[in-house]
Design a protein around this ligand. Sequence first.
Ligand code: NAD
Ligand code: ZN
Length: 347
Amino acid sequence: MRALRLLDWKSEPVMSEVPDPVPGPGQVVLRVGGAGACHSDLHLMHDFEAGLLPWGPPFTLGHENSGWVHATGPGVTGLEPGQAVAVYGPWGCGVCARCRVGAENYCENPAGAPVPAGGGGLGLDGGMADLMLIPDARLLVPLPAALDPVTAAPLADAALTPYHAVRRSWTKLAPGATAAVVGVGGLGHLAVQILKATTAARIVAVDLRPQALDLARESGADLVFTPGDAAAGIREATGGRGADVVLDFVGSDTTLALGAAAARTVGDLTVVGIGGGTLPVSFFSVPYEVSVQTTYWGTRPELIEVLDLAARGLLRPDVTTFPLERAMDAYRAMERGELAGRAVIVP
Ligand code: NAD
Ligand code: ZN
């Protein structure tokens, strides 16, 4: 079968011919319907190097996947060939306290996981291929009938990650509150939709690109700003108070500084983007009682909630599809800032 493989750090992935995976006991082989191209893959190609992560190349890219059950190994019950499924992406040990409640993104026994703190497309072979080996049937979530497995892929990361980030701040997003989304790409446009569908907060979106700000408005943003105007604009729009929750999908020095400048006292500043920036936190560097936190991906119960929102039409990923042979075109377009929403690779 074909697979887009990262062979080394600081290199571009290569289209390769590899053997079809065969499911062992408890395992499943997925026929890939869609594999989302995440900005994290660009970080994998350009920014990371040996020693930073507990895993490394070679592996097949694609950590945001959906498709159909292709083959099941001995002992797998409850999944039928042809069944449409989404892949729950962070693969933990499956048995620690966090994994048992479905929070495999925060597995506390990484040595017991298929790869420590990774998954398919992150150390193990992912979905930018015709077929993908799923190491345990528990990692597949059936798709509701309304969802098409080709375009459902972004739900597994581009929607699940902001859903987790928004959900943990729900209590601060009552009517009258303001949420700010910084960076309206694959994750950010779905963050706006998730805020719209699950809270009554006013939504402000910030991006450098007019195309991204258009998508933010279509996704439900009430106000949009370019970064230079955002801190003052958010203060003005909130009577000087600031945003109750800032979600940063970039994570650079400048967006973190913007978040600190735009947050309301007792607000949340949640860093999702892996842009390599830092935010000095001291008594006077952020407004009083602002909570600064990172978040990583989401839980399996949250993926089920995301699928439900999408099946009811409340989440509509803006998807551009690319055939597997043109996967690198999708990444290049993302790098040049030419994509709106999410690129999905369809093998
Ligand atoms: P993307 O390229 O689709 O979107 C990024 C957006 O940010 C673009 O619209 C871009 O124009 C905008 N942007 C860039 N610099 C900006 C700035 N200074 N101010 C305002 N907007 C700016 O990327 P994506 O796939 O949505 O991923 C976003 C980030 O989230 C990446 O760093 C990615 O690695 C990270 N990520 C984190 C997690 C997690 O679990 N924490 C999961 C997935 C992705
Ligand atoms: Zn675990």
